[in-house]
Design a protein around this ligand. Structure first.
Ligand SMILES: Cc1cc2nc3c(=O)[nH]c(=O)nc-3n(C[C@H](O)[C@H](O)[C@H](O)COP(=O)(O)O)c2cc1C
Ligand code: SF4
Length: 453
């Protein structure tokens, strides 16, 4: 399956439709000239609640990692009470292997701003914060510039096209993060936005009820919001003509995987980059088609399907269908951000696991004991195994530790612990023989005997 024409990348030349060397920043005039802000114009002629219903019926699922249906999230907001309500746009993009939101901010910032304005209008949110990771200096400047253009064209500000919301003129601000992975987690992001340490909050209450500054807040990923304009303009059926329907016989509560999706592919391929395709494209199609095959003609060994917290696909899962069901079908956590990292036959999986464990141990915010202690412990064990000093008992302990982190609901506050769990567990299980070959057989010494010596 492949997409007939680009949607999110319609103004960003990308194979198979365009040459990346022709890319340039799409300013507001070029955006208008190419049909931009048509979705917004249509939206303001429609009742806000109808826009929420439209997004709901499109079954658009969040593109930030969890795949939660966007329209459903929007409908969780309480009725307006005249006080402020917020939109927090998640452009933290710190999940290793993920760089799709950066492409949109680099070249087509108005596609994102159009989605933001429609969401504010539909959900009656008067203030939007574009939360962008600290390392994205250039992208923050691009967004600031695009925002200035948008204010000049009354997308936001006094006399904005979307009108006053909660008695206020709608405002949108760029807010720069300071470079912590955990600030991408939605409630860590809110704490950071409020000027505090990015410590995730215990839920409930969910942000739609009590979010930024204790007020109702919608948090959506950049790509999710970028998809809103085209949906409003072209309709839910158009959106649902792409992607994968829910399995036959599944109840309507099981969300499908509709629409186009950005796949960011890195690692051992000839042409790494961000590509757009339908949800449900096969990993092998992406690698052999858009990415021009494996680097140096080497054989495929493993791939991360969507950011390292999702775990890995094994050697026999080269043909995996990349939709939101990837977790259930192939024994990993899920599609995540669709930031695919491809690894060839020469990749040392012990070293991959050690590197990932180091990341999670470093980025754990430390609030929950299993995550704080467990991730550091796993990292130390993997260093030992990699150095050839591990034992078979270390492997069992590694699986026990990783398998229990985040798996028990309520023992950790956020999903970072689950990410550690899935990444380590899937690598060790799917590449067990590689780990086994690196450890020494454990000689058990009874404690009683040891004491007698
Ligand atoms: C540790 C952690 C890091 C996350 N980082 C990001 C991120 O960088 N960007 C993002 O959009 N979502 C990230 N998320 C997911 C957000 O918590 C949230 O689900 C998402 O922003 C909601 O937007 P969506 O519904 O449009 O996907 C992260 C989650 C966790 C647990
Ligand atoms: S799971 Fe880890 S990162 Fe998340 S709140 Fe707990 S300690 Fe912090």
């Amino acid at each position: 399956m492949s997409l007939e024409a680009p949607v999110l990348l319609q103004r960003i030349p990308t194979p198979p439709w365009g040459d990346p060397r022709d890319r340039k920043l799409v300013g507001i005039d070029a955006y208008f000239d190419s049909g931009g802000y048509e979705g917004l114009k249509k939206a303001i002629g429609t009742e806000p609640s109808e826009i929420v219903d439209l997004v709901k019926s499109s079954e658009l699922r969040g593109r930030g990692g969890a795949g939660f249906p966007a329209g459903m999230k929007w409908s969780f907001l309480p009725p307006e009470d005249g006080n402020p309500r917020y939109l927090a746009v998640n452009c933290d993009e710190s999940e290793p292997g993920t760089f799709k939101d950066r492409l949109l901010t680099d070249y087509d910032p108005h596609l994102i701003l159009e989605g933001i304005a429609i969401c504010m209008y539909a959900c009656r949110l008067d203030t939007a914060y574009f939360y962008i990771r600290g390392e994205y200096h250039q992208q923050a400047r691009t967004m600031e510039f695009a925002l200035q253009e948008a204010y000049e064209h009354r997308i936001f500000g006094e006399k904005a096209l979307i009108g006053e919301i909660n008695g206020r003129s709608p405002q949108c601000y760029v807010h720069r993060g300071a470079g912590a992975y955990i600030c991408g987690e939605e409630t860590g992001l809110l704490e950071s936005l409020e000027g505090k340490r990015g410590w995730p909050r215990i839920k409930p209450p969910f942000p739609a009820v009590a979010g930024a500054f204790g007020r109702p807040t919608i948090i959506n990923n950049v790509e999710t919001l970028a998809m809103v304009g085209p949906i409003v303009e072209r309709g839910a059926s158009w959106f649902k003509s792409m992607g994968v329907a829910r399995p036959e016989g599944a109840p309507p509560t099981v969300p499908a995987s509709y629409g186009p999706k950005l796949y960011g592919i890195s690692g051992h391929v000839n042409r790494p980059g961000v590509y757009e395709d339908q949800l449900g494209v096969r990993l092998s199609e992406l690698i052999e088609g858009l990415c021009g095959g494996m680097l140096g003609g080497k054989r495929f060994k493993a791939a991360v399907p969507g950011g390292i917290s999702m775990g890995v696909l094994g050697t026999d899962q080269y043909d995996a269908v990349l939709d939101f069901d990837v977790g259930k079908k192939y024994g990993c956590l899920g599609l995540g951000t669709a930031g695919v990292i491809v690894m060839d036959e020469d990749t040392d999986m012990v070293s991959v696991a050690r590197n990932i464990a180091r990341f999670f141990s470093h980025e754990s915010c430390g609030q929950c004991t299993p995550c704080r202690e467990g991730s550091g412990w796993i990292y130390k064990m993997l260093c030992r195994i990699e150095a050839g000093d591990g034992t078979t008992r270390d492997l069992d302990l590694l699986l026990e530790l990783a398998g229990s982190m985040g798996a028990m609901p309520g023992t950790t506050i956020c999903g970072l612990a689950d990410g550690t769990n899935w990444a380590i567990r899937t690598i060790v299980n799917k590449f067990w023989s590689e780990f086994e070959a690196r450890v020494q057989k454990q000689r058990y010494v009874s404690l009683a005997l040891a004491g007698d010596r």
